[in-house]
Every structure is written in C-alpha cells, then in structure tokens.
Design a protein around this ligand. Sequence first.
Ligand code: KG4
Ligand code: ZN
Length: 382
Amino acid sequence: MAFILGIESSCDETSAAIVRDGAEVISNVVLSQFATHKPYEGVVPELASREHLRNIVPVVRAALEKAGQTYESVDAIAVTRGPGLAGALLVGLSFAKAVCFAVDKPLIAVNHLEGHIHAVLLEQRAAGNHHLAFPVLALVVSGGHTHLYLAEQKDNGWTYSNIGHTRDDAAGEAFDKVAKLLGLGYPGGPVIDRLAKLGDPYAVKFVPAQLKHRDRRDHGKPPQENDDRPHFDFSYSGIKTAVLRYVELNNMRDAIEARRKELARIAQPTVEDYQRLCDQQTLDLVASFQRAVVEDLVSKTLASAESYNVATLLVTGGVAANSELRETFEREGAQAGLAVYFPSRPLSTDNAAMIAAAAYPKFLAHDFAPMDISAEAGLVLR
Ligand code: KG4
Ligand code: ZN
C-alpha cells in the first residue's frame, strides 16, 4: 500500500490530499481563493501566490490529519510542477521540496493536465473499472486549456500525444470572460451553467469561428513528430467578441453595470439573486453562448475520436463540471458507441487528489524528481 500526499497550487485553489494506491481518496482539502479574487473579477497572480503562501501549511496539515497520516508516514510527496501561474506553482513546489528534504521522502513532479486526466482514472479504479478500452482520448477543458490527448499506458506509466488544442482562448476562459462582460462576476463557468437553464439556447445565433487549417504547419513551426496526423483545434475568442457585439448592438451596457454593482454587494450570490438581476434577453444570450460552446467542443471531440478510432473518451477539467456539456457528451458519445467518463464534480475542478493519483504510476516506476527541479509555467504534457 502506498499513501501519496498530493499538493496543488497552480492557480487559485490551494489543495492537499492523501490518496492510497492511486485509487482511494483518503482526504482532499481544497481551499478556494474565490473571495480574494472576486473584487477583481478574475485571478490576480500576485494575490494568488500570497494566498497560497498563507494557506499551504494549514491545508496540508488538514489533509494529513483527516487521513490519520503524518509527513513521516506517507510514502511520497507529489506536487504540481506546471502548467500554471509561476509564482503560485513555486509555493507548492518549494513547500513539497522542503518537506521531502526534512523527512527524506521521494518527490514526484506532476503535470497539472495529467492530474486532470487521472482524476477520471482514479474514480474509475475506485469503482472497479480497471480495464479501459484503448485507444483512449482525453479532452482537458479548463480555464487555461482546451486540449485533446491520445493517452497510452506503457509499462512504466502513461504517455500522451496532443492532437488538438485551442488556438486562442480556452473554453473556460471564454466562460469567464463572457460572465465578466455581462457583469456576472468570477468564476464565470458555474454561474453561466446555472443561468443557461433559464434561457432559450436558440435565441441568439452564433457561428463559432471556424478554423481554416487543420494542422499547425501554417503557424511557421518546424514540422514535428506526428505532424502529418489530423489535428482538431479549438478557438473561443471569436464567440466572446460576438457576445460583446451583441451587447453593444442591443444597448445592454447600463443594465450590465447596474448588475455588476448589485452583485458586488452580495458576498455569496444565489441563483435567485442572479435571476432577479438578469432580464430574459441576458438569460437567452447566456444560454445561446453555452449551447454554441458545448456544441463546438462535443462535435470536434467526437470527430477526432472517430478519426482515431477511439474506444474510450475521458472529459475532464473545470468545464467538465458543466451540466449541458456532460449531458451532450453522454448522449452523443453513446450514439457514437464511445465509453465516456467524467470525474465527479468535486474532482473536475482543481484539486490535489488528482495530483496524488497521477503520481502513483510514477511512484511505482521510481520516477522521482531531483531536488533542483524548477516550476514550469508552460510545461507541456507528453
Ligand atoms: O480546471 P480548473 O479548476 O482550473 C484550471 O486548470 O484552469 O478550471 C477552471 C475553469 C474556469 O474557467 C471555470 O469558469 C470553469 O473551469 N468552470 C466551469 C464550470 N465550473 C468551472 N465552466 C462551465 N461550467 C461549469 N459548471
Ligand atoms: Zn486545472
């Protein structure tokens, strides 16, 4: 039995967890910095680092205590190395290194995106599903990423090849920017998810920016390994601009400013507060935006799954918490004969349990990180 302490600090959540054998979450403490960033309607990197510094020790202690473990009793310490905010990553990584040095434990560096993928694998293992049908495709859809990976399981761990990514804004970023634009606050995804249910998704017609090229050679990059394979890229900055134009054409600015001010006065707005402060036109716009993004994500992902003869699809990352996205993937995935798996909602958004789970194959393979390893804001998943 191996107990791994996972630590995650790549963005605006400080989290620590204890996971046994990559399959059982013993504790998972997630401290959100929502209140700190709320007045700015977005994550302020310097404030995020400061909050991580303030919270890392109590959060890790709480995870250990809840699991009945100590620094000495765990078998390894896993930490997010990247991608993420440089200063935020540094807090988790420095803390993990210090603990490893003090209690002589191995350090395991984990890619945050691999963590999101292992959030699904962890829960499947816990449910007794140990044998996924390959090829496996993973859509990681979060605030910073909209990436498609083919995932392979080899003797000493997992490897990934990217077959699609966002050209500009990530899907979660588009949810956040549209929510901010409409005076709905931060983070935008959960609010839009709830409000979209109250609007007409066919009211506003969006044509998500279509990509002209399917591979990346047009970007002037040197040809890479597997570069001639089909790529399925995403783009969500066009739809954000379309929402902005709709707002301007329909003179919605004053109403938005009034809503922004009202919501700023409420510490934890409820769905009723949002509903009271949104007219039907706004609800329709929100529902139509969500529908357009979900349709684009699902259709491109299923097209890539078909192209690569995929048997299993994993959908993960913060946006995987979205109810319409889940329902659409479940329905259309089933029609396409695909097994589709998501993490439970608490493990969809950032958490340390997924980091400890992703570390488990590395623990078995003795794939430990040197003590001079650095944080990598732009770490690539391979
Ligand atoms: O994975 P995550 O917690 O952090 C990153 O790695 O970025 O994802 C955060 C993103 C945010 O953009 C947030 O708005 C979005 O996930 N999100 C959602 C929902 N819950 C979180 N987007 C749509 N619907 C949701 N229910
Ligand atoms: Zn994430």
